[in-house]
Design a protein around this ligand. Sequence first.
Ligand SMILES: [Zn+2]
Ligand SMILES: [Zn+2]
Length: 142
Amino acid sequence: MRYLDINDFSRRDGDTLLIDEAVDLSATEPAFSEVRVVGKLRNVVGVMTLRVTVFGTYVGTCDRCLEEAVIPLQSELKTVVTLSASEDESVYVENGRIDLELTAYDALVLEVPLQILCREDCRGLCPSCGKNLNDGDCECNN
Ligand SMILES: [Zn+2]
Ligand SMILES: [Zn+2]
């Protein structure tokens, strides 16, 4: 689901809306998959507080061995929202609808590590023969 309509909810004082939505970011950023926004929206005396975790998976190329790297991402968002904006602009709201796609994308982009590794202790490629050292030592005597 892309848009979460909160027009009706904004009038339900004291209510809590549970959120658990799969978000498709494949068109925006193919490297992101399995994106999900989970959490809740509370309405206390007309003030709506959104508290969600954005989950996703980043699939890229390992900087060291050039094999596929699959990195789980997670980002916490907590902000007050109105029908047209969020307090710290971390969440996109327009015309009473939260744009889960833009919100999830912005949250996940910040979590992608600067160095993409297939695993913490990736040994990379041998600079001489190019063998992937994760598969075992080569004959080069480095
Ligand atoms: Zn690697
Ligand atoms: Zn080698």
